[in-house]
Ligand binder design. Structure first.
Ligand SMILES: Cc1cc2nc3c(=O)[nH]c(=O)nc-3n(C[C@H](O)[C@H](O)[C@H](O)COP(=O)(O)OP(=O)(O)OC[C@H]3O[C@@H](n4cnc5c(N)ncnc54)[C@H](O)[C@@H]3O)c2cc1C
Length: 456
């Protein structure tokens, strides 16, 4: 770490070297900067970073003051990872540049939101498959993988990354790609939050102006049949079609909220046809839409932290469908969304990125909308569902076991070695994070307890 950017002299020293903004007690704007979607946050300092140098200064300050850090982009992670009571928040939002490079490569600052990226790319007829919500940040979505509306056609958002700039715990600013730092490049694609602060990604965009996008609605009473037939078709559907199925909580039974089959087709609308025959179709709201408009402006209501949990499955079984549906009356606040995977997502070799669940054909995601008395039933449901893995980005209350679920065994071991080389002090731990290798002794339980303790 160079002396010129060290923040010796406490807060004043930090303010002296940061090009962006430093917010601490008494500063207007601290509360807003500390807040993420599911938590108010009471950090000691927020550094709104204008560039990599500011990230280095913030890391140096946190080290000097012995404060834990959080990295924050769009602030949407449900576990509140983007803030940290008593710590230093490294806020990357000012780094929101979206710049076109040759060959449809786009340099995207990690502080941009996916809505901003899509709007910018729409002007030149390009698109990146990345999430479904405009306000979600580039930094956080990429940290877990990024399951977007074209995931079956173009893979995860990280699958299209060709290079990145990252600041590691030692304060080094590194340009990383498959040739210069192959192992770190591997790790950043699925575990970036554990390894450093990414300031920008170079991502290959695809020419895509419009898509066939919208929902097919079926009666509430036909949920079982619609789910089974949807899963059967989506197990092997053309990659041009990405789809999810949404089941409203039974606490809304009085409103008989229809089963929604959401679709996004990049080519011929004909791929949708089997999805129009899953039951007694109520409405077909699928229309040709500019890709930038598929990003929803809805987000989570601020200030509450609903329970969110998910699981990957390699295949759909009638038994899984029955269990999900049987849980609904027992847990009236349970909202479910099932995303079909496969296609380009599954074509990527499992060991090509730190994200490893490439055999998964379905992701079941769930949100507990109801009162907290249902929390135990919700957790029990997930214990009984025995998913083969979990998606880091959809976890509101991560437990010890989630490290195992997020990273398959071989990936975890490889990440621990990488972590030891780039973050031996486990600075980046305010996420579901693999600890560095030396702690990899004494049994998994011990390790997990250590990891969770050090998060506090
Ligand atoms: C309404 C809603 C819709 C969603 N839809 C989707 C979806 O369709 N597909 C999908 O895949 N996910 C989706 N998500 C999940 C989303 O990807 C995660 O919540 C993600 O963490 C949010 O990113 P963020 O930047 O907004 O979050 P933040 O809370 O700012 O960041 C979360 C964590 O990501 C890491 N991180 C952030 N920035 C950086 C950086 N620059 N360098 C390194 N690590 C960093 C840090 O660990 C940070 O704490 C959705 C979430 C919500 C709330």
């Amino acid at each position: 770490m160079t002396e010129s950017v060290t923040a010796q002299g406490g807060l004043d020293g930090l303010r002296g070297v940061v090009a962006g903004e430093v917010l601490a007690d008494g500063d207007a704007g601290l509360a807003e900067a500390a807040r993420v979607v599911t938590a108010e946050g009471r950090p000691r300092v927020v550094v709104r970073c204008a560039g990599a140098g500011d990230v280095v200064a913030a890391l140096r300050y946190a080290e000097a003051e012995d404060l834990p850090i959080a990295v924050r982009s769009g602030g949407h992670h449900a576990a509140g990872f983007g803030t940290r009571d008593g710590g230093v928040v490294i806020d990357v939002r000012p780094m929101d540049e979206v710049r076109l490079l040759p060959d449809n490569v786009v340099r995207v600052g990690t502080g941009a939101t996916w809505g901003q990226v899509a709007a910018r790319l729409a002007k030149v007829g390009l698109a990146i498959s990345a999430g479904d919500t405009a306000a979600v940040g580039v930094g956080g979505l990429m940290a877990g993988g990024g399951i977007g509306w074209m995931v079956r056609k173009h893979g995860l958002a990280i699958d299209n990354v060709v290079a990145a700039e990252v600041v590691t715990a030692d304060g080094a600013v590194r340009r990383v790609d498959s040739a210069t730092e192959p192992e770190l490049f591997w790790g950043l694609r699925g575990a970036a939050g554990s390894l450093g602060v990414v300031t920008s990604y170079d991502i290959t965009a695809v020419p895509q102006k419009t898509v066939h996008f919208g929902t097919l609605l079926y009666p509430w009473t036909e949920a079982e049949q619609v789910l089974e037939k949807w899963a059967e078709y989506m197990s092997d559907a053309p990659a041009e079609l990405t789809s999810s199925l949404q089941l409203a909580p039974t606490m809304m039974a009085d409103r008989q909220v229809p089963v929604a089959v959401a679709v996004c087709a990049t080519g011929d609308r004909a791929v949708l046809e089997p999805l129009r025959n899953l039951g007694s179709l109520l409405t077909d709201k699928v229309v040709e839409t500019p890709y930038a408009e598929v990003f929803s402006d809805m987000s989570m209501p601020p200030g509450i932290r609903p329970r969110i949990r998910n699981g990957f499955y390699d295949e759909w079984t009638p038994n899984l469908g029955r269990r999900l549906l049987a849980a609904r009356p027992r847990i009236p606040g349970l909202a479910m969304e099932i995303r079909a995977l496969g296609g380009a997502y599954g074509a990527m070799p499992a060991d090509a990125t730190a994200f490893g669940h490439r055999d998964a054909r379905f992701l079941v995601n769930s949100v507990l909308m109801g009162p907290s008395e249902q929390a135990d039933d919700f957790d029990d449901l997930w214990t009984s569902l025995r998913p083969k893995g979990a998606y880091l980005n959809f976890l509101s209350h991560p437990t010890d076991d989630d490290l195992d679920l997020c990273y398959p065994k071989a990936h975890r071991a490889r990440l621990a070695t990488l972590k030891q080389s780039v973050d031996p002090g486990h600075v980046f731990r305010n996420t579901v994070s693999v600890p560095p290798r030396p702690e990899w002794t004494g049994g998994r339980r011990h390790l997990m307890r250590w990891a969770m303790r050090s998060r506090r």
